[in-house]
Design a protein around this ligand. Structure first.
Ligand SMILES: [Zn+2]
Length: 313
């Protein structure tokens, strides 16, 4: 939407105090940074139901500090204010289903008010970042030290066959399901949930499908991929139980991580991509990744009895 809106207008040059050589660095305008982000995650590659792109922001405002986070919630916006950010880039949309009000009486309206009062723009890359190359599941696979062999659901519009939902990966050397779950618990950011496992903990895992965020809509693709395990988030009783029964007797383990934890590695990947673009353009841009945990689950109590229905009276 903002791309080309101010064609020909460029950010201004200024002395870069952080550069010992005293060279000049360019302070980009929001429209230029957004245009750069759109090369990574074109809006037209988002799902039709999605709400991606710039939510808040003046295309002419200057941008020197950018914050990446998973969720556009008040806690993150307050952090962006403290950091002196000019742009917040989040994975999840603020208004996925649209709205007729941004009144600050609603928590989403409060977010909009805080952003505008502090001259902070908000830009969203959601399903267009999921299917990108590299995208959300590449970052997840990278965090788990997996070797990617291709997308789980290839994007038919990509002649190179690299874009798409989820990733199919190899595990070199193989681990047991228990060991792979322990690796995921160690490598993904800590959450109250940790990692839940369905399947034989001692079964070997040589191949894995991963998908950041809610992944139970991909079960048919996981089964077709012939992998030993599937790591994703938000798995529910019926889809998980029916999937497990459908693949039996073949062992195919399910590993369920916290939704936020499976998508947070993308923030670091995205920040490094913007850093690289910034260097290429000679921009004076500082990029920060929020480490604030915005997973809604805050505590976990493990069962303390081996009696399935509780201890006898
Ligand atoms: Zn998500």
């Amino acid at each position: 939407m903002l791309r080309g809106a101010r064609a020909g207008r460029r950010g201004r040059w200024r002395f870069n105090a952080t550069d010992q050589t005293g060279s000049l660095a360019l302070v980009p305008r929001l429209s230029e940074v957004i245009a750069a982000l759109e090369t990574l995650w074109p809006a037209e590659r988002a799902e039709s139901w999605d709400a991606v792109g710039t939510v808040v922001g003046d295309p002419d405002q200057e941008v020197t500090r950018v914050v990446f986070a998973v969720d556009p919630v008040q806690e993150i916006v307050d952090e962006a204010v403290r950091l002196g950010a000019d742009l917040l880039v989040t994975h999840h949309p603020l208004y996925l289903r649209g709205t007729t009000t941004v009144a600050a009486t609603h928590f989403k309206g409060r977010v909009v008010h805080t952003l505008i009062k502090n001259d902070i723009a908000l830009h969203v890359a959601h399903t267009n970042a999921d299917t990108a190359d590299p995208g959300v599941s590449d970052a997840l696979a990278g965090a788990l030290d997996l070797r990617i062999t291709g997308p789980l659901v290839p994007d038919p519009t990509d002649p190179e066959g690299r874009r798409g939902l989820g990733r199919v990966c190899a595990l070199d050397p193989p681990l047991t399901v228990r060991e792979f779950a322990a690796r995921a618990a160690e490598r993904l950011p800590a959450t109250a949930q940790g990692i839940r496992v369905a399947g034989d903990p001692e079964a070997p895992v040589r191949t894995v499908a991963v998908s950041g965020g809610s992944g139970d809509s991909l079960f048919d693709h996981v089964r077709a991929a012939g992998v030993d395990a599937f790591l994703t988030a938000d798995l529910r009783h019926h889809p998980a139980a029916e999937f497990t029964a459908a693949v039996a007797p073949r062992p195919l383990a399910l590993l369920d991580a916290a939704h936020w934890a499976t998508e947070w590695p993308w923030c670091e990947l995205a920040a490094s991509q913007l850093d690289e673009i910034s260097d290429r353009h000679g921009w004076d841009l500082r990029v920060h990744v929020s480490k604030t945990v915005t997973d809604p689950w805050t505590a976990h109590a493990a069962s303390t009895t081996s009696e399935p229905l509780g201890a006898p009276n």
